[in-house]
Structure formats: structure tokens, C-alpha cells
Design a protein around this ligand. Sequence first.
Ligand code: NAD
Ligand code: MG
Length: 332
Amino acid sequence: MSTLFGLNDVRPEALESARIAVLGYGSQGRAQALNLRDSGLDVHLGLRPGGSSWKEAETDNWAPVSVETAVVDADVVVVLVPDMAQPSVFESVVAPNLKAGALLLFAHGFNVHYGLLTPGTEVDVALVAPKAPGQRVRHEYLYGRGVPALLAVHQDATGRAQERALAYAHGIGSTRAGVLETSFSEETETDLFGEQAVLCGGVTELVVAGFETLVDAGYNPEVAYFECLHELKLIVDLLHEGGLARMHRFVSDTASFGDVTRGPQIVDSHVRSRLKDVLTEIQSGAFAREWCGEHSDGAHQFKDLVKADLAHPIETVGQRLRERMPWLKEAS
Ligand code: NAD
Ligand code: MG
């Protein structure tokens, strides 16, 4: 069993008077920087002058500086630029300015794990990976709660890597929900697997395939949309709140019977063996090589595939139905 740290395990003093440089102000950067500031920590934003987030940061009452300036005096440097941009940002502006004994922090182990970025031995290297999109990291914090996070230490030059990373996780609110100790390889491989096989790839493919099956059989696209997409959230909420037990408690017996008898026919041995294939490609580094290659070639294929995904009739149907429920836009 992994260690699960909570409010009683953290020493917030570990970051007392520490200067924290947050690089990037996107999904995670904005949420984490705001939470850290509200927790009373000394936060500085390092951004590209003229970059897309600079104005937004000013609106949130930050005085952003260049990445170099933010890194020079920092005791903690949090790399929250996109994964594909991290190696070049690290090489060109972070590494030359990083002071010995600093803590270099990531929110995902991708680049360190696959050897795309190699920090010097004089710094601590750790990750604090919130298990939620940035918007949720901020939302929960504002409610006095937090999102769970994974914590891993890759390199401990000072002997203080773990306690500082845990104090950081505390600053973003995650000790309220639990901080689970892991390794860079476990965080990276399971995170990629989750998003590819279950959370993003698996779920959306199942939703679309279910929708197409109903529409092809002559049912109304609107009805198919409600069944296969809209109601998904209601089931996921039950799972999120109380696992399988809560879902079975709240759906009808007919639904429960259909679940336990038909579910395994859908996710059968073929699907399970493909899940293993996807995992193998992640573990071998084949997926990482493919994604880096695609990105450095201009990501044309990637953009075309997303475009095709968004051209699906489920999108047109959904847009029309969601217009009647404007409150959905406000939900996080
Ligand atoms: P994002 O794309 O939302 O934001 C990236 C930010 O970096 C933007 O402010 C952008 O302007 C800036 N940026 C882009 N290129 C830059 C460059 N060359 N130099 C300086 N700044 C640059 O990114 P994100 O989704 O917040 O991801 C950041 C990290 O957090 C990644 O490691 C990601 O894997 C991890 N993570 C993300 C989520 C999530 O839900 N989005 C969840 C957990 C972990
Ligand atoms: Mg998909």
C-alpha cells in the first residue's frame, strides 16, 4: 500500500520564505498559482512576454516576469508549460538559471520519465500531480476542499525534496483530500493509460459507438444523445461519490441486471487484450516517441483527427439540446 499523506503529515514551514516560480498560466498554472498565493506563499509567475496568458495573469493581479527572471532566485520552480514545450523551455531558460538546491517540480512525469529532459544532480526533482483539471483544482480550493494528488521524488539532492513537495501539495489544497506517494514511472504510465484507455479515448469512443448504433437502427439522434452522452455524467457522479455500490443503489434493478449481464459482453476479452496493448506501448516508450514525432512534424495528423472527431453528428445534436440547458456552461 502506498503512503497517503494528509493534513497531519505536512510541515508547511518547509516552504516558509521560499520563493516559488510558477512557469505557465494555463489550466494547471493558473489554478496552482492562485491557490498557492491564497495559502500565503511567495509566488512569482514566469511567462513568455507577449504570450497568450500574460494579460490574463495581469487581470488576476499578478506581475508576471520572463521565465529567466522568475527562475533565477527561485527556491521552487514549477514547470506548468505544455509537456511538449518543456524540454526546450528547460534547456534554454530554466537549466541555465536554476540555482543549486532548488526544487524542480512537475505536474506530470512524462519528460523526466522518458528521458526527454535531464535535470542536473544539484537540484531536487519531484512531481505533484493533481488528479483533476486545473479548473477543478481551483474550484475545490475555494470551497475549502482540495483535489487528491500524486507525489513522487525523482532526485533528492538536499534531503528535503519530499517534505518540500508535500508542503507544495498542501499549498494547492491537496493534503485536504489526500496526497498519494508514487514514482515518476507509475504516475506517467498510469496517467497516460487512464486518459487513453478509459477517461478520454475509451469513454468517448464508447459514447460515439453507442450513439451510432442507436441512430443506425433508426432511433432519433436526440434520444440517442440523451442516452449515450448526457446521462453519462449522472452515472459518473454516482461512481465518483460512492463507487459501484452507490450506482447500483440508485439505478433501477433493470439497469443493474443489464449492467452485470451485458457490460462484460461489451468489454470482453478482445477489449481487455487491446487495453494491454495500449499499456505495452506506453511502457515501451512507443507512444511517447509517436507523440513527440507527431508534435515535431507540426501535429498535422493530430489536428486532422481532432477536427474529424468534432465533425461528428453527435456534436451538432448536442449543441442544440444543450442550448436549452444554459446552466451546463457554468458547471465545472
Ligand atoms: P496548458 O496548455 O493549459 O497551459 C500551458 C501554459 O504554458 C500556457 O500559459 C501557455 O501560454 C504557456 N506556454 C506554452 N508554451 C510556452 C513556452 N514555450 N514558454 C513559456 N510558456 C509557455 O497546460 P496544462 O494542461 O496546464 O499542463 C501543464 C502541465 O500540467 C503538464 O505537464 C500537464 O501534463 C500537467 N497536468 C495537466 C492537467 C490538466 O488537467 N490540464 C492535469 C494534471 C497535470
Ligand atoms: Mg475519442
